[in-house]
Design a binder for this molecule. Structure first.
Ligand code: SAM
Ligand code: DTB
Ligand code: SF4
Length: 332
């Protein structure tokens, strides 16, 4: 396994843009179909009133945002949404809960039921529930969970400026528990929070040096939400997203690089450059967790215009290899 250093990552990140794009696209083609993106749909299954103080997050109970807290949703409501996402062409359904750590008891059983239900629909299931115990990770694995999202978000050095209620090490420990339970790790981060380039690279290098590397790496541009401490951060320059996607692609050649929050503010052309840079997955559906995302119709129109196809992931349980499929037909 290659061990990356910050200096190596920096040399890649800072290449002239066209050279960076060429290299990222070369790595991309060696490891993935060049014209396919995975469509993943998100749902907040438990919203708001989170005890953590993540400065970017509209769901933290410590910030005065317009998010209305909601209890954990009933299973049938979640599965109805998953079915709808599947009909619209999504192959992964990601469920987020605003918890510091996964609950015990009935609520955890309910989450397991959601996971089994989503898997039963033939979709990949991903959840993000905060910190986990070994036993919870094991039970999620047994329920068929495909991936667990737990972002590093930024560098170790900058972490304390963004979150004070937990440590970077706790984040890494949960990631290790998830991997030990045999669940794929989904871990990435956010740019635009006031971090330096070194912080962005520190995060990517930490992710790239995990063994195994994460199966998926979401790259988020901060959505500056009113009422959060980061509400006045200036928008991220789209070229910086392109450079992050390209650097992630080169450092993590086989991971799915997911162009995540912030797409609503990006032009079609900027998103296309991110695809060229190796992003091969998007969140698809009118909402992320609590904030907006491009309309399904606009995303389909863009992907059709680009001549892209849908990436249908492998299903090891059914011994089905990954496939590239046409995009779903336009809605009636
Ligand atoms: N509570 C769980 C946790 O912290 O892992 C799961 C939910 S949390 C909302 C998942 C991720 O969403 C965060 O790690 C962060 O990367 C991303 N996120 C949250 N708010 C965001 C924002 N305003 N802009 C961009 N990304 C955001
Ligand atoms: C990730 O990295 N981004 C997604 C998903 N993982 C869970 C969440 C983005 C949330 C953006 C703010 C919101 O909608 O609340
Ligand atoms: Fe809570 Fe997760 Fe938001 Fe942090 S990012 S406040 S842990 S929901």
């Amino acid at each position: 396994m290659t061990r990356w250093t910050i200096a190596e990552a920096r040399a890649i990140h800072d290449l002239p843009l066209l050279e960076l794009l060429f290299r990222a696209q070369t790595v991309h083609r060696e490891n993935h179909p060049p014209d396919a993106v995975q469509l993943c749909t998100l749902l907040s299954v438990k919203t708001g009133a989170c005890p953590e103080d993540c400065a970017y997050c509209p769901q933290s109970g410590r910030h005065d945002t317009k998010v209305e807290p909601e209890r954990l949703l009933p299973v049938d409501e979640v599965l109805a949404k998953a079915k709808k996402a599947r009909s619209a062409g999504a192959t992964r359904f990601c469920m987020g809960a605003a918890w510091r750590d996964a609950r015990e008891g009935e609520q955890f059983e309910r989450v397991l039921e959601m996971v089994r239900g989503v898997r039963g629909l033939g979709m990949e299931a991903c959840v993000t529930l905060g910190m986990l115990t070994d036993e919870q990770a094991q039970r999620l694995k047994e329920a068929g969970l495909s991936a667990y999202n737990h972002n590093l978000d930024t560098s170790k050095e900058f972490y304390g400026s963004i979150i004070t209620t937990r440590t970077y090490q706790e984040r890494l420990d949960t990631i290790a528990r998830v991997a030990d339970a045999g669940i794929h790790v989904c871990s990435g981060g956010i740019i635009g929070m006031g971090e330096t380039k070194g912080d962005r690279l520190g995060m990517l290098v930490t992710l790239a040096n995990l063994d195994p590397q994460p199966e998926s790496v979401p790259i988020n541009a901060l959505v500056a939400v009113e009422g959060t401490p980061l509400q006045d951060r200036p928008p991220v320059d789209p070229f910086e997203m392109v450079r992050m996607c390209a650097t992630a692609r080169i450092l993590l050649p086989r991971s799915m690089v997911r162009l995540s929050a912030g797409r609503q503010e990006m032009s079609r052309e900027a998103q296309t450059l991110c695809f060229l840079a190796g992003a091969n997955s998007i969140f698809y559906g009118e909402k992320l967790l609590t904030t907006g995302n491009p309309d399904v119709e606009a995303d389909m129109a863009l992907l059709r215009e680009l001549g892209m196809r849908a990436l249908v992931p492998a299903d090891p349980q059914k011994q089905k290899p990954a496939e590239v499929a046409p995009l779903p037909p336009p809605a009636e």
